[in-house]
Design a protein around this ligand. Structure first.
Ligand code: NDP
Length: 346
C-alpha cells in the first residue's frame, strides 16, 4: 500500500525554491493537490501562473517566518503529507546562527504543527543534504553512505565561532536540522501517527523552474555552475573534486517516491548521480551532441583529484530513482541558463 496516493494533498514548504518547484511539478504531474508555502504574494503568484494548467490543484499560503512556533499551524491543516524543503541555502551568511536557527526551528516547527493540527498527515519528507554526511575521511576515492554524519562541521562552528568558513556554517545548519528531526521523532514516537523520510541531495543542477528574472535570483548551486562555465577555473581548482552531481528533476522524483513507498518510512536516502570536478563538466559539455559553444576547455580528460563518492544505491533500490547522467544534467542546465541569460540582457 502506498503511504499516500493521488489525489491526496501535499504541503510543500519553501515552494518558491530551486529544488522545491520541480517537486511541486512532479506531484502535480502525478495527480496530487499541492499547497505551497511561500514568503510573499509575488512568489506565490509566480507559482500560480507557472502551474495554471493544473488549476485548481495548486494553491499557496504565505508563511513569512518559519521560526515562529505557530508558523505552519494553518498550513498543515487538512493535508495528507508534507515536503519540508524550506531552509536557508546560502554561502553568504553573516554568521552560522543566521542559518542554524531558521533551519532547526523551521524543521521542529513543521513537525510540531503536524502533531497538533495535521491529523491526516501520514508522512513528512524532509529535504536534507549530502552536507550532513561529508565527515572528513582519508583516501582517494572515499565513499559516503547514509550511515555517515558530518559532526565535523558542527564542531568547526563551535570551535571557530565567527571565523568559521561559509561551507561549515551551511553544513552545520543541515546536520543540526536533520538531527533535530530524528531526535524529535524518537521523543514523540508514541504520540504521532506519521513517520519521516529524509532526502539527501548532493549538488543539485539541471533546468530552473523557479523565478529567475536576473542573475541575482539564481540560487547558490545554479550560481556556482553559471560562474564555472563563464570563466575557466584555474587547473588546480578545475580538476579538484567538487561534489557529486544530481539532477533537480531526479531530486523531485526521489521526494515523490518517498511519499508513495511504504518501506521508505524512517529512512535517509542519498540522492546523487556521480562525482564531478569542473573539468568533468567541461569535458561533458565539450563532447555533447549537438556541441555546446563557448565552454572552457581546461585540461581535457584530467581525472578528479581527491574524489568522494556519495553512494546512492539505497535510493535506486528502494525509491526506484534512476539518476540522470552528468552529461544530460549539465547540457540541460547550460541550455536553460543561456536561454534565461539572453532575456536578462535583452
Ligand atoms: P533556494 O534558495 O532556491 O530555496 C530555499 C527555499 O527556502 C526558498 O523557498 C526560500 O524562500 C526558503 N527559505 C530560506 N530561508 C528561509 C527562512 N528563514 N524562512 C522561510 N523560508 C526560507 O535553495 P535550494 O532550492 O537550493 O534549497 C532548497 C532545499 O534544498 C534546502 O533545504 C537546501 O538545503 C536543500 N539542498 C539544496 C542543494 C542544492 O545544491 N541546491 C543540495 C542539497 C540540499 P524564499 O524563496 O522566499 O527565499
Amino acid at each position: 500500500m502506498p503511504t499516500i496516493q493521488p489525489p491526496a494533498t501535499v504541503l510543500v514548504t519553501g515552494a518558491s525554491g530551486y529544488v522545491a518547484v520541480p517537486i511541486v511539478k512532479e506531484l502535480l504531474d502525478r495527480g496530487y493537490n499541492v499547497r505551497g508555502t511561500v514568503r510573499s504574494l509575488a512568489k506565490g503568484d509566480y507559482l500560480k501562473n507557472l502551474f495554471k494548467a493544473h488549476e485548481p490543484r495548486f494553491q499557496y499560503v504565505i508563511v513569512t517566518d518559519m521560526s515562529d512556533p505557530d508558523a505552519f499551524d494553518d498550513a498543515v491543516t487538512g493535508v495528507d503529507a508534507v515536503a519540508h524543503t524550506a531552509s536557508p541555502a546560502t554561502l553568504r551568511a553573516p554568521d552560522a546562527q543566521a542559518l542554524i536557527k531558521p533551519a532547526v526551528a523551521g524543521t521542529l516547527n513543521i513537525l510540531e504543527s503536524v502533531k497538533k493540527h495535521g491529523s491526516s498527515v501520514k508522512r513528512v519528507v524532509i529535504t536534507s543534504s549530502c552536507a550532513t554526511i561529508l565527515q572528513p575521511k582519508e583516501g582517494d576515492p572515499v565513499f559516503y553512505t547514509e550511515a555517515d554524519w558530518n559532526d565535523h562541521a558542527v564542531n568547526e562552528v563551535q570551535a571557530k565561532g565567527a571565523e568559521v568558513d561559509q561551507q561549515h556554517k551551511y553544513r552545520a545548519s543541515k546536520v543540526l536540522a536533520e538531527r533535530a528531526a530524528w531526535d524529535w521523532v524518537e521523543k514523540h514516537k508514541d504520540e504521532i501517527k506519521f513517520d519521516i523520510v529524509t532526502i539527501l541531495p548532493s549538488f543539485v543542477f539541471g533546468p530552473l523552474l523557479n523565478e529567475t528574472r536576473s542573475l541575482s535570483q539564481l540560487n547558490e548551486s545554479s550560481l556556482f555552475f553559471y560562474e564555472a562555465i563563464k570563466a575557466e577555473k584555474p587547473p588546480h581548482l578545475a580538476t579538484k573534486w567538487f561534489s557529486n552531481i544530481v539532477d533537480v528533476r531526479d531530486v523531485a522524483v526521489a521526494h515523490a517516491q518517498a511519499f508513495e513507498i511504504e518501506e521508505a518510512g524512517g529512512e535517509r536516502f542519498i540522492a546523487a548521480s556521480t562525482p564531478f570536478s569542473w573539468q568533468t563538466i567541461y569535458d561533458a559539455l565539450n563532447s555533447a551532441d549537438p556541441p555546446i559553444a563557448d565552454i572552457p576547455k581546461g585540461t581535457p580528460g584530467a581525472p578528479i583529484e581527491n574524489c568522494a563518492v556519495y553512494v546512492s544505491e539505497k535510493a535506486q533500490n528502494i525509491l526506484g530513482v534512476k539518476f540522470r547522467s552528468l552529461q544530460e544534467t549539465a547540457v540541460a542546465m547550460v541550455n536553460d541558463l543561456r536561454e534565461k541569460e539572453a532575456r536578462w540582457t535583452a
